[in-house]
Design a protein around this ligand. Structure first.
Ligand code: ADP
Length: 263
């Protein structure tokens, strides 16, 4: 099962901790001249066999606006995943820290970067399943890149993966995902609408004072997130388009990228 995506642990140098997430600690590292982020998978946190099958596909996905998966170290337990290192960390934290100082060009640029990555995933028939500002990272040149694509499929914590669970990303999920777990590029498009809303509110929590069941009720009643003060009308029209009840009524990422590019 060894492939090009298998990393020899002897070639990897581990450095200091940069964060922690669903799968465990994230360390800084060095591998074949690349600075890398190493996700150390905590025992019991990941469905490792399933992930190994998919790792080949994921390492082959390559786009400048996607956080590259370089390879995996499966020979040791727990296994670890090597990603492109993103100097400025999580986008959500970055936006909140810069609140009040982000220009219109910067906000639009963040949406453009992410729509490029998502159009690439869409054209490869790859569904992200958890697109949100917390799952995007910022490079040293302030580019925004999409991370954690497809990874929720390998999370073993059912509080996170079941739509009934307490950690399920309800407020980013389309109605058909909440009701039938029907994921598609069009459910990613719904999440992208919420992502744009996060960007233009400078990192606010969507439906802030509503519980999950209240959110479902208001969506069913046809209500949607309101236009952020900083969002131009044309951008809000795109958000609303992403939040059409029926998946087939939503735009594709190819179209969204085209529309955003025209602004
Ligand atoms: P998980 O997928 O296990 O939930 P996250 O992707 O949320 O983990 O990562 C946790 C934290 O680690 C992030 O908020 C970020 O600060 C840091 N991190 C993750 N990936 C990278 C990366 N590629 N480059 C730099 N820092 C990263």
């Amino acid at each position: 099962s060894d492939g090009q995506w298998e990393v020899d642990p002897l070639e990897l140098t581990l450095g200091e901790e940069v964060g922690s997430g669903q799968f465990g600690l994230v360390l800084q590292g060095q591998w074949r001249g690349h600075r890398v982020a190493v996700k150390m998978v905590r025992e019991g946190a990941m469905s490792e066999e399933d992930f190994k099958e998919e790792a080949r596909v994921m390492t082959m996905l390559s786009h400048c606006k996607l956080v590259q998966l370089y390879g995996v170290c499966t020979q040791q337990s727990p296994m670890c995943l090597l990603f492109e290192f993103m100097e400025k960390g999580c986008l959500l934290d970055y936006i909140k820290a810069q609140k009040g100082h982000l220009s219109q060009d910067t906000l639009l640029g963040m949406c453009l970067d992410v729509s490029e990555a998502m159009a690439y995933l869409e054209s490869n028939n790859f569904i992200h399943r958890d697109l949100a500002a917390r799952n995007c990272l910022v490079s040293k040149n302030n580019e925004v890149k999409v991370s954690d694509f497809g990874m929720t499929r390998f999370v073993l914590d059912d509080q996170y993966t079941s739509s009934q669970g307490s950690k399920f990303p309800f407020k980013w999920s389309s109605p058909e995902v909440i009701k039938y777990s029907k994921f598609s590029s069009k459910s990613d498009v719904w999440s992208f609408g919420v992502f744009m809303w996060e960007v233009y509110t400078e990192g606010r929590l969507p439906y802030e004072n509503q519980t999950n069941s209240e959110v479902v009720d208001s969506l069913n009643a046809g209500l949607r997130l309101l236009k952020p003060r900083l969002a131009p009308e044309a951008v809000y029209i795109l958000m609303e388009w992403c939040w059409k009840e029926k998946p087939e009524q939503r735009p594709s990422f190819t179209l969204l990228l085209h529309e955003l590019n025209a602004f």
